[in-house]
Design a protein around this ligand. Structure first.
Ligand SMILES: Nc1ncnc2c1ncn2[C@@H]1O[C@H](COP(=O)(O)OP(=O)(O)OP(=O)(O)O)[C@@H](O)[C@H]1O
Length: 618
C-alpha cells in the first residue's frame, strides 16, 4: 500500500483492550495488526516493522467494508513504553539535541485509548515525557548551565516569566497543599535507565540551559499550568508575536522554569499535571479535559573563540497530550463536561482537517492549511510544529483500543493514517483449512495511489489455492477467514437485495418514462389544437376582411350600376316624354278634327260622307 508522502511520522499504538473477557480475549476486537511486509531493509527485518492494521466492522454494523490503514509503524499491546520511546521519540531528540532542530511529539486518540498513559506513564512506568527528560539530562550531563540575565535578553522569548526551579517550587508550595506536590520517591522508575544518550557535538565549553513550560488549551483558551492558582479564576494567556519573538508567535507571559537536573524537572512536570484540567466521564475515570503542551526549550550557549561572546542556538521539543475525542452519549457528559467535550471535539475536527491538508500540501498542490480555526491548531502548526518550515521533526502516536468504540476509532484512524485501502468482501466459492499469510491474502488487492481496487476472485483463489499440511492457519487467521466468509455472505445478500431494488427501480423508471411520453404526447396534441384554433381564427379574420373588401367592391359596383341605370332611365323617360308629347299632339289634332267635324255636322254637312268621299278620292 502506498500513500502520499506525509508531513510527519504517524505511529499507531494499541492498548490492551479496556474491557477484555478473560475467557475469550478476542471478543469484540475489531483491529488486527497485519504481519510485516517483507522489505530489503536489514533494520526492518531486525525490528519486524509492522505498518498495517485492518479494521473489521462488528457483524451488526451497516457497512461491512474492511479497511486497511498504514502507519509509519504499528505497536500492538505487547509493546512497552521503552520500545515505543526508542522507535518514536529518540530520533526526534537526536535532532533537537544534536542538530538544534525543533521537534514535536503528540498523542492522538479516542478518549481512554491511552494518550496520557503514553505521554505521562503511571506511578510505576515512565511515559515519553519522563524518558525524554532523562535523555536530555543524560546527554547533556555536566554541560547543563543556567541562563544569565543578559542571555535571557538575547533569547527569542524574553517576555516570558523565567525562574529557577528552586524559586518556582518555593512559590508553588505557598499555593498548592504539600501533599499534592510530587516527591522524588513517587516518581516512576520503570523502565530502568536505558542507554539512550545523544552525543552532543561541540567543545566542552559549549553549555546548555533547559527551560520547561507547561500550558493547556482549555475551551479554546490558553492557561499556564505552572502558575498555580487556588481560585477558579485563571488568567488566559495570549498567543501573539512580541518584540523579542519577531514574526514568530509565542504564548506571551508564559512561566518558564530553568531546570538543571531530572528530579527538578520531574517535580515541575508533576505540578503541571496536578494543575491540568481533568474530569470523570463515562469513558475514563480521569479524563483529560484539555490539550496539554509540555515544552522543553534547549538553549545552546556557544562561546566565540574570537571575542568570547556567547552565541545562543535555540531549539524546542514540544510534547502534546491531546484530549480525546468523545461521543457525548458514550461519555455520558452533561453541563461543564459536555461543553468541554464540544470544544475538544471541535478542535480535534479542525486538527483532522489540518493534518489531511498538510499531507496533501506536502505534495505541493493543496490549499493552505487552515490552522487559525482553533487555538490548538494555531499552536501546533505555527508554534510547536510547522510542516512548511524546515528543519523540524514531528511524530504523532495515535492510540487505540482494539475493542473499544468502533465508530470513534475508525473515524480517528481515517484522518490520521498515512494511507488507507478498503475491500468489500464477497463470499468465497471454495474455502479449505489451508494456509495463507495476511500479507499474501491482502497482496491480492492491487493498490492505486493510496486506495485499493478490489479483486475478489484472485483473493478468493488465493485462499483456496494455498496448500500444504505444515502450512496450517494460525488461530487468528482462521478467525479472520471465518469472519471474512460471514461478511462475504452478508455482502452477497446485500448485493442481491440491491440488484432486486435496481430491477424494481428500472421498472419504475419505465413506468415513469411511459407516463412522461403520454404527458408529452397530450401536451403536443394540446399545442397543435391551439395552433389550429389560432390558424382558424386567423383565416376567419382574413375571410371577414375579404368579405368586407368584396362588399366594398360590390357597393362601388352597385353604385356604378345605379348611376348607369339612372342615365338609361333618363333617356327612356325622355323618349316616353317625347312619345307622350307626340301622343298629346296627335290627340290635340284629333280633338281639333272632331271639333271641326262637329262644327260641320252642325252646319248640316256629313263629315262621314265627306270622309267616305275623301277616302274614295284616294
Ligand atoms: N498501554 C496501556 N497499558 C496499560 N494501561 C493503559 C494503557 N493505555 C491506557 N491504559 C490505562 O487506561 C486508562 C485510560 O488511559 P488514559 O488516561 O491514558 O487515556 P486517554 O486517552 O488519555 O483518555 P482521555 O482522552 O479521556 O484523557 C488509564 O488508567 C491508563 O493507565
Amino acid at each position: 500500500m502506498e500513500g502520499p508522502p506525509h508531513a510527519f511520522q504517524v505511529f499507531l499504538r494499541l492498548r490492551p483492550p479496556y474491557h477484555q473477557s478473560p475467557t475469550s480475549p478476542n471478543e469484540g476486537r475489531f483491529l488486527t495488526v497485519l504481519p510485516p511486509i517483507p522489505t530489503d531493509s536489514d533494520e526492518d527485518i531486525e525490528h519486524e516493522t509492522r505498518t498495517q492494521v485492518t479494521l473489521h466492522p462488528p457483524p451488526n454494523h451497516r457497512s461491512q467494508k474492511i479497511d486497511t490503514f498504514s502507519f509509519t509503524e504499528v505497536f500492538d499491546e505487547t509493546c512497552g513504553q521503552a520500545e515505543i520511546f526508542g522507535r518514536t521519540v529518540v530520533p526526534i531528540l537526536d535532532g533537537v539535541l544534536r542538530d538544534g532542530r525543533d521537534g514535536m511529539l503528540a498523542t492522538l486518540g479516542v478518549t481512554g485509548s491511552g494518550k496520557t498513559h503514553t505521554i505521562m506513564g503511571n506511578r510505576q512506568t515512565r511515559g515519553m515525557t519522563q524518558m525524554s527528560l532523562d535523555v536530555f539530562f543524560r546527554s547533556l550531563g555536566d554541560r547543563i548551565s543556567k541562563l544569565s540575565e543578559s542571555q535571557i535578553e538575547q533569547c527569542n522569548d524574553a517576555d516570558a516569566d523565567i525562574m529557577d526551579a528552586g524559586i518556582f517550587m518555593a512559590k508553588v508550595t505557598s499555593v498548592i497543599e504539600p501533599q499534592y506536590i510530587p516527591k522524588p520517591n513517587t516518581f516512576p522508575t520503570k523502565p530502568p535507565a536505558e542507554p539512550f544518550v545523544v552525543q552532543c557535538p561541540g567543545p566542552a565549553s559549549t553549555k546548555y540551559a533547559i527551560l520547561m513550560s507547561i500550558y493547556e488549551v482549555y475551551n479554546d483558551r490558553i492557561f499556564d499550568l505552572l502558575v498555580p492558582s487556588n481560585t477558579s479564576r485563571r488568567k488566559a494567556l495570549l498567543f501573539k508575536s512580541t518584540k523579542s519573538s519577531g514574526d514568530r508567535k509565542v504564548v506571551t507571559g508564559l512561566r518558564k522554569v530553568m531546570v538543571t537536573n531530572l528530579y527538578d524537572a520531574l517535580q515541575v512536570l508533576g505540578v503541571g499535571q496536578y494543575q491540568r484540567s481533568h474530569g470523570e466521564t463515562g469513558s475514563n475515570d480521569k479524563s483529560s479535559r484539555s490539550h496539554c503542551f509540555i515544552s522543553l526549550e534547549l538553549k545552546e550557549l556557544k562561546t566565540s573563540r574570537l571575542d568570547g561572546s556567547i552565541n545562543i542556538r535555540e531549539s524546542t521539543f514540544t510534547i502534546v497530550d491531546l484530549a480525546g475525542s468523545e461521543r457525548a452519549r458514550n461519555a455520558r457528559t452533561v453541563g461543564d463536561r459536555l461543553m468541554e467535550g464540544g470544544h475538544i471535539n471541535k478542535s480535534l475536527m479542525f486538527l483532522g482537517q489540518c493534518l489531511e491538508l498538510s499531507t496533501t500540501q506536502s505534495l505541493g498542490h493543496a490549499p493552505k492549511v487552515p490552522y487559525r480555526q482553533s487555538k490548538l491548531t494555531e499552536l501546533l502548526f505555527t508554534n510547536s510544529y510547522n510542516p512548511a518550515a524546515e528543519p523540524q521533526i514531528a511524530a504523532i502516536i495515535v492510540t487505540a483500543d482494539p475493542a473499544g468504540d468502533f465508530n470513534a476509532t475508525s473515524q480517528m484512524l481515517k484522518y490520521s493514517a498515512l494511507a488507507k485501502s478498503s475491500v468489500n468482501p464477497r463470499p468465497p466459492t471454495v474455502m479449505s483449512g489451508r494456509s495463507v499469510s495476511g500479507s499474501s491474502l491482502f497482496s491480492h488487492f492491487s493498490v492505486v495511489s493510496g486506495s485499493t481496487e478490489e479483486r475478489p476472485d484472485s483473493a478468493l483463489s488465493a485462499l483456496s489455492v494455498l496448500s500444504g499440511p505444515r502450512a496450517m492457519l494460525s488461530q487468528d487467521m482462521m478467525n479472520m477467514i471465518v469472519l471474512l466468509q460471514r461478511q462475504l455472505r452478508e455482502a452477497d445478500e446485500k448485493v442481491k437485495a440491491a440488484e432486486k431494488k435496481a430491477e424494481e427501480a428500472e421498472a419504475k423508471c419505465l413506468e415513469i418514462e411511459m407516463q412522461v411520453r403520454e404527458e408529452v404526447t397530450s401536451d403536443m396534441e394540446l399545442r397543435i389544437g391551439l395552433m389550429e384554433k389560432r390558424m382558424l381564427l386567423k383565416l376567419q379574420d382574413q375571410a371577414e376582411k375579404e368579405e368586407v373588401h368584396v362588399d366594398h367592391k360590390l357597393d362601388i359596383l352597385k353604385r356604378t350600376l345605379m348611376e348607369t341605370n339612372d342615365e338609361n332611365d333618363r333617356a327612356r323617360d325622355m323618349e316616353i316624354e317625347e312619345y307622350v308629347r307626340e301622343l298629346e299632339a296627335e290627340n290635340n289634332s284629333l280633338r281639333n278634327e272632331v271639333q271641326a267635324l262637329k262644327r260641320k255636322r252642325a252646319n248640316g254637312e256629313s263629315p262621314l260622307k265627306e270622309r267616305s268621299l275623301n277616302r274614295l278620292k284616294f
